[in-house]
Ligand binder design. Structure first.
Ligand SMILES: *[C@@H]1O[C@H](CO)[C@@H](O)[C@H](O)[C@H]1NC(C)=O
Ligand SMILES: *[C@@H]1O[C@H](CO)[C@@H](O)[C@H](O)[C@H]1NC(C)=O
Ligand SMILES: *[C@@H]1O[C@H](CO)[C@@H](O)[C@H](O)[C@H]1NC(C)=O
Ligand SMILES: *[C@@H]1O[C@H](CO)[C@@H](O)[C@H](O)[C@H]1NC(C)=O
Length: 404
């Protein structure tokens, strides 16, 4: 969008600037103002959330480029056009909510280089599995802040390792609220059974209470697409249905039920994949959630790295008025199924236009945004596009007229 806008501007202003065209340009653009300079803008003047195409959900920030869930990863995702920045919420030992994916620090921080923490290794049962490592719940927030985050995958850019800290839920919210346009947040109530076992808050409060309290503290409220919600959009996500149901007693903010691989039962209610994707269950859960977030390989099964016949999960969810936001889209060859000819745009085309999803969790927000911007220029349904095409035509006509 920005690139096209700049081009049409150059077209209008050169070589023959005309006040009439300038006026047309301004009129054409009032519906959607140009980006202001990157500084904080007054409330009410920020470019709104787009709601006309599937949501670009920046999975752990722009984590394809920058270590996951760090402030720079989120800021990059915002620059690259994310509608929502996505995160996982866990807790420190002293009850501070943090943005971090794994219950252990081992794979994505430098905790091993900190001799002072060498005696913190523990084994806990997490979702029915004995797991050994350095757990976030055994470190105070001050200790967690002394660690530095690392890139998870060896085939991604390693140059940022050791540079960025873990951030808190509140710091993450501030990044979204400070953006020069409206950027939504998409925090997960992560491993709530484990966190509630390990961390105790004053007054008998639960993890879910602290989570919703934090959102309310920063002004998040309202149901899906309400005026309040559009000003500060958020989806609350969890793999644990009881946490979402509990949270629905605390807030009417929209919620998304995440759905694991078909082999993994729910962590709180021990229900199978088949049970929670039945019509009966969708009828029940739709009272609490606005959509589901399935692993994409359960929507379209994969064999030998080739897609098989799609299931009817999307049609079934839509028939219950539930959105579908699958995870996770990743550019690299090792993740792209062979049907897509190593081309992530083909994958986006398939999921958006053939499968018809409502949002996509992507590690490469910039790629999804480019795909959506470039393909939207072929569509005449976007009024912004119509305005810029019209201007372009008029500019051409006037240019040739003035030459005569
Ligand atoms: C985890 O380890 C403990 C102690 O060795 C054992 O009692 C328990 O059964 C183990 N749990 C699982 C799920 O393997
Ligand atoms: C259990 O944890 C180990 C690592 O500690 C992991 O490799 C394994 O996949 C986990 N199993 C399940 C069923 O989650
Ligand atoms: C929701 O609140 C009502 C009234 O306070 C209570 O009876 C009910 O148990 C709560 N539900 C959940 C899931 O916490
Ligand atoms: C434009 O919108 C109409 C209905 O709103 C739809 O039927 C049509 O497919 C859209 N065209 C494109 C090119 O997206």
């Amino acid at each position: 969008m920005e690139k096209r806008r700049v081009n049409s501007m150059a077209m209008v202003f050169s070589p023959c600037f005309s006040p009439l065209l300038f006026l047309l340009f301004i009129v054409g653009c009032t519906a959607r103002p140009l980006y202001p300079l990157p500084s904080k803008v007054a409330e009410g003047t920020r470019k709104p959330l787009q709601t006309s195409r599937p949501y670009n959900i920046a999975h752990r920030g722009s984590n394809g480029e920058i270590p996951e869930e760090t402030a720079p990863a989120y800021m990059r995702a915002i620059e690259e056009g994310a509608d929502f920045i996505e995160t996982d919420i866990l807790s420190s030992k002293d009850g501070v909510l943090i943005c971090f994916h794994d219950v252990t620090l081992d794979d994505t921080t430098d905790v091993y280089q900190h001799k002072e923490f060498a005696n913190r290794k523990r084994t806990y049962e997490v979702q029915g599995n004995n797991t050994t490592g350095f757990f976030t719940v055994d470190f105070t927030i001050k200790e967690l802040k002394s660690l530095r985050v690392r890139q998870r995958y060896p085939f991604r850019d390693q140059q940022y390792n050791g540079q960025f800290t873990i951030i808190t839920f509140e710091e993450y919210i501030s990044i979204a609220l400070d953006a020069t346009r409206v950027v939504g947040i998409y925090p997960e109530i992560k491993n709530p059974v484990f966190i509630n076992q390990q961390v105790k808050w004053p007054g008998g409060k639960r993890f879910e209470d602290k989570f919703v309290e934090t959102l309310k503290k920063y002004g998040y409220k309202g149901s899906y697409l309400s005026k309040e919600w559009l000003a500060q959009p958020v989806f609350i996500q969890s793999f644990a249905p009881t946490s979402l149901i509990y949270a629905s007693n605390l807030t009417d903010l929209p919620k998304i039920l995440l759905i694991h691989d078909i082999t993994v039962p729910t962590q709180d209610t021990d229900q199978s994949y088949w049970e929670i994707t039945s019509d009966k269950y969708f009828d029940y859960i739709r009272k609490y959630v606005v959509g589901i977030g399935p692993w994409k390989d359960t929507v379209v099964p994969v064999e030998d790295n080739y897609l098989q016949t799609p299931t009817d999960l999307v049609a079934q969810a839509h028939s219950h008025n539930l959105q579908v936001h699958p995870y996770t889209y990743q550019n690299e060859n090792q993740f792209l199924h062979l049907n897509f000819h190593q081309d992530p745009y083909q994958e986006y085309d398939y999921w958006i236009n053939k499968i018809g999803v409502d949002g996509l969790f992507t590690d490469f927000t910039g790629s999804l945004n480019n795909y959506q911007e470039w393909t939207s220029s072929f569509s005449l349904n976007n009024s912004d596009d119509r305005a810029s095409k019209l201007l372009h035509k008029i500019a051409l006509m006037v240019t040739s007229y003035e030459k005569v």
